[in-house]
Design a protein around this ligand. Structure first.
Ligand SMILES: CC(C)(COP(=O)(O)OP(=O)(O)OC[C@H]1O[C@@H](n2cnc3c(N)ncnc32)[C@H](O)[C@@H]1OP(=O)(O)O)[C@@H](O)C(=O)NCCC(=O)NCCS
Length: 190
């Protein structure tokens, strides 16, 4: 894969493309039962996605290869928490770091959006996603048996780093140390 991938907010004109990609990714998840797939696909229509970004522009992040949407991350603010609802990558574009970049972008947005913690759940058999979440500092909390659609899920959380991240709605992020930490470092230096 030599094409540059842009990780950014979904544009209103991309609702249909993202909805279609979500449908393809969800239907391709062999670990989910039919009831789960049917219900989840129905939930994320183009209209629903557009409504979400009208309320919160960061609620749907995409990975774009030129004009083609090849990845998505649907999330929502939730009383001081940030819920990672779904993320996925077009099967033809997997294993190139796109899933990781989408989650990094989400994590970078959290503090600015007033969240102190991210959380999500994953199907117990989703070892690929579990590995990625672990590598990004998510902690598995417990297993929820007979949970969504009668399936077993793992509950995850990640505290939001104290560092403020600026410029995270652009393609690159810059980390800025909190003033108090800067002051301590300066005091130590003199
Ligand atoms: C999970 C998913 C989004 C990963 O996307 P991706 O772009 O292929 O992931 P990345 O290339 O960024 O991989 C990052 C890390 O995730 C882990 N990982 C991703 N896919 C994996 C797999 N199939 N098996 C094992 N580890 C995997 C690895 O640790 C990898 O790091 P490494 O390459 O250094 O070992 C993608 O497989 C997908 O769309 N799956 C179906 C939808 C899904 O399960 N979504 C999550 C619902 S909770």
């Amino acid at each position: 894969m030599h094409q540059t991938i842009q990780i950014r907010r979904m544009r209103p004109s991309e609702g249909l493309a993202v909805g279609r990609l979500m449908k393809r990714v969800i239907q391709g998840c062999s670990i989910y039962n039919d009831k789960a797939k049917k219900s989840e696909v129905a939930k994320y229509s183009a209209a629903e996605l557009k409504e979400r970004i009208a309320v919160d522009p960061d609620a749907v992040l995409v990975a774009a290869a030129g004009r083609k949407v090849v990845g998505f991350c649907v999330n929502g603010r939730d009383d001081g928490l940030l819920l990672l609802e779904w993320y996925g990558v077009d099967p033809a574009w997997r294993q190139h770091g796109i899933g990781r970049q989408l989650l990094e972008k989400l994590i970078a947005s959290a503090r600015r959006r007033g969240s102190h913690k991210l959380w999500c759940d994953t199907h117990i058999a989703n070892t690929g996603s579990a590995k990625l979440l672990c590598s990004l500092g998510f902690q598995p909390l417990c297993t929820l048996h007979n949970h969504w659609y009668g399936q077993d899920f793992v509950l995850w959380e990640k505290m939001v780093p104290r560092m403020a991240v600026v410029g995270d709605d652009e393609n690159h992020s810059e980390v800025r140390r909190p003033q108090a930490m800067v002051r301590t470092l300066i005091r130590r230096a003199v």
